[in-house]
Design a protein around this ligand. Structure first.
Ligand code: SF4
Length: 429
């Protein structure tokens, strides 16, 4: 039997896809190894054919060893359209391949190609804003084992991004790609991650007006989050990764030694208590620690009013875990069914924000396609629909720029001569 769109999304993230040499991908978004490396696949869309969802966005692994052995193979052309064939069953799935926006190759006023500042991952703009994570620069390195940030920042994306680079790229993405949300992440920067990110946040809110998310390493002084909230941040997320303390320490040695797992939990809890429901998320990776722990992590995250962003583990090229096997479909489907159930139980308004489709993960609202049709399901779906409608004016207001651009442009990040003078004050081990 054919898979539905969410099941196909899950299986593609687990198996990857082969792209034969004779399949032409003219105009497709180029594969970009930025940030932690999770977006290193081919961006596609899958029609959902459901009243619950229009289409799903997926960044499908195509280059990794496991992807080259995948049962899924891409067929078609820009003219005929594209299909994915499953060689196990012969099933064929029609898909879309989004075009690369023209602003990718345009230069910022400092002469940097905009796709070295930010890239689209689904429908949102992803920007790594700070210096290389200090866990990578520590000797010996204490980086998270699945991550390739240290190989990407400065190589596949600009090392130093001025505020003006970020503002100009955000503006192009908003005007030409209809982007509504920009996501800043930053790795570990000592106790100055929030401070470094603030000038970008302020400038985008003032001059562009997108919704802004920040994914920063947790800091012990929680008043810094209160300040981010005052500055207008719309979403914060923390990369908890694993609930099992032993797996957390084994895979994320820098985080475990320097920050401690408890700080991630406390930061999620603090922000969830001070921000609107649905504005905080906890990121976890499924497919490394035992599945029961992943399920427990989802339960804990939703219990404090945050929602779970669940990444299906991708053994990315160049990462320490490149040779690890990707997880299996049955386990990942079980996890995603649980995501929906947990969000439903806690009345989280998943999918309420406009036009935010993340291609790297199974979005919580994608999992609606896995849910059994019970009375509770219909009640929750009615609630989600009402939440979407009621939230529209609020999001429209939050997406308005706070002031017009002034002659002479915007200030640079005060931390950055040219761009950045500060080094992390905590050298991570
Ligand atoms: S904190 Fe871990 S996942 Fe994040 S950038 Fe640093 S090494 Fe990578």
């Amino acid at each position: 039997m054919d898979l539905n769109a969410c099941e196909l999304e899950i299986d593609l993230l687990c198996c990857g896809m082969r792209v034969p040499d004779d399949v032409v991908l003219d105009g497709a978004r180029s594969i970009s190894r930025t940030r932690a490396g999770l977006g290193s696949g081919l961006e596609i869309t899958i029609p959902a054919r459901s009243w619950l969802k229009d289409r799903l966005w997926v960044n499908v692994p195509v280059a990794e060893g496991f992807a080259r052995r995948s049962p899924y193979v891409l067929t078609g052309s820009p003219r005929e359209g594209y299909c994915i064939r499953d060689d196990r069953s012969g099933s064929r799935y029609q898909i879309g391949i989004p075009r690369e926006p023209s602003w990718y190759s345009r230069l910022t006023s400092r002469g940097i190609p905009m796709n070295r500042i930010g890239v689209l991952q689904g429908t949102y703009l992803a920007i790594y804003v700070n210096r290389v994570c200090a866990f990578w620069t520590a000797r010996p390195p204490r980086n998270c084992r699945f991550c390739t940030t240290g190989a990407n920042v400065g190589e596949h994306e600009a090392l130093d991004k001025a505020v003006s680079d970020v503002v100009e790229t955000c503006r192009a993405a908003r005007d030409e790609s209809g982007v509504t949300f920009v996501h800043f992440n930053a790795g570990f920067q000592g106790s100055r991650g929030v401070q470094f990110a603030e000038p970008y946040l302020r400038a985008v809110k003032e001059e562009v007006g997108l919704l802004v998310g920040a994914q920063l390493a947790p800091e012990r002084d929680f008043s810094r989050y209160d300040r981010l909230i005052d500055l207008g941040v719309d979403h914060v997320s923390f990369c908890l990764e694993f609930l099992d303390p032993e797996w957390f320490a084994k895979i994320c040695p820098g985080k475990a030694e320097v920050l401690g797992q408890r700080l991630f939990l406390d930061s999620i809890e603090h922000c969830a208590a001070h921000m609107p429901k649905g504005a905080v998320s906890g990121e976890i990776i499924a497919g490394i620690e035992p599945i029961d722990q992943t399920i427990r992590a989802i339960d804990w995250i939703t219990s404090v009013g945050a929602w779970p962003t669940v990444c299906i583990f991708r053994p990315t090229i160049g990462g320490d875990m490149e040779q690890w096997p990707p997880p299996g479909y049955a386990d990942m489907r079980r996890v995603m069914v649980h995501v929906y159930e947990a969000c439903r139980r806690h009345w989280l308004p998943i999918g309420a924000a406009p036009n935010i489709e993340v291609s790297l993960v199974v979005n919580p609202d994608d999992t609606v396609l896995l849910a059994p049709r019970t009375p509770e399901f219909y009640l929750y779906e009615a609630y989600r629909r009402a939440a979407r409608l009621l939230a529209r004016p609020l999001f429209a207001k939050r997406m308005r720029p706070r002031r017009r651009r002034e002659p002479g442009g915007h200030g640079e990040n005060p931390q950055r001569p040219g761009t950045l003078s500060g080094q992390p004050d905590h050298p991570a081990a």
